[in-house]
Design a binder for this molecule. Structure first.
Ligand SMILES: C[S@@+](CC[C@H](N)C(=O)[O-])C[C@H]1O[C@@H](n2cnc3c(N)ncnc32)[C@H](O)[C@@H]1O
Length: 201
């Protein structure tokens, strides 16, 4: 299939989905969605098994959920807590190769660092351009002290770079956190994460 991940990536995320099963929505998503007076249209980039998508649907939002891994999308579609009348469209596709309609909210939880540096700037521009005025972005970026910062092919950004990305938005949350916690698959890891909620003026 075009844009499909290779087998090792597929296996990695199968273990990840098992590890995060049943976890609540990300605080960044909850913060962003709670700031809207009424439900709108959201795009969930790298939705995985849908922990954030489900929260949006539960709150009456229409959602386009995109993930390159068909198992993630399959798990989302099979969830017991998927509301019956869910206004959900799913797409198995890479973010770099995707376009989406104008949105009130673009959520990208723990996925943008997985983009290749060569693609990151273009995707970030597309996120900004596709938000309607008053729309919000929520998600995470990784900093240079992150345990995965030396892995090739990841987009790692220092604080200055993150602040540059946030300029032009109203910053509702820019929380830089370093911690030592196991990954979803149980491996020890040092995390250096920027948690973001940004509003387009
Ligand atoms: C770390 S998981 C995060 C999943 C979910 N957002 C969460 O917070 O639990 C990253 C997800 O992004 C997907 N992903 C990774 N790179 C991607 C890309 N370039 N385009 C689309 N999805 C991607 C993976 O398949 C995986 O489901």
């Amino acid at each position: 299939m075009a844009n499909a991940p290779d087998d090792s990536t597929r296996r990695d995320f199968a273990a990840y989905y098992e590890g995060i099963k049943g976890r609540p929505p990300r605080p960044t998503l909850v913060r962003a969605v709670s700031s809207f007076a009424r439900p709108g249209f959201a795009v969930d980039l790298g939705c995985g098994d849908g922990r954030d998508t489900i929260e949006l649907l539960r709150r009456g939002w229409r959602v386009l959920a995109i993930d390159s891994n068909e198992e993630g999308i399959g798990r989302l579609r099979a969830r017991d807590d998927l509301p019956e009348e869910a206004a959900l469209e799913t797409r198995v596709a890479r973010i770099e190769a995707s376009a989406w309609p104008p949105a009130d909210l673009i959520n990208a939880s723990f996925v943008l660092p997985l983009l290749a540096p060569a693609d990151f700037g273009r995707v970030w521009k597309r996120i900004g351009a596709s938000l309607v005025p008053g729309g919000r972005f929520s998600g995470q970026l990784y900093g240079p002290n992150d345990g995965w910062a030396d892995r090739p092919g990841l987009s790692i950004l220092d604080r200055d770079a993150v602040e540059r990305l946030a300029s032009g938005f109203a910053v509702e949350l820019l929380d830089e956190v370093e911690s030592d916690e196991p990954t979803a698959k149980g491996a020890p890891k040092h995390w250096h994460v920027f948690h973001l909620v940004l509003r387009k003026p």
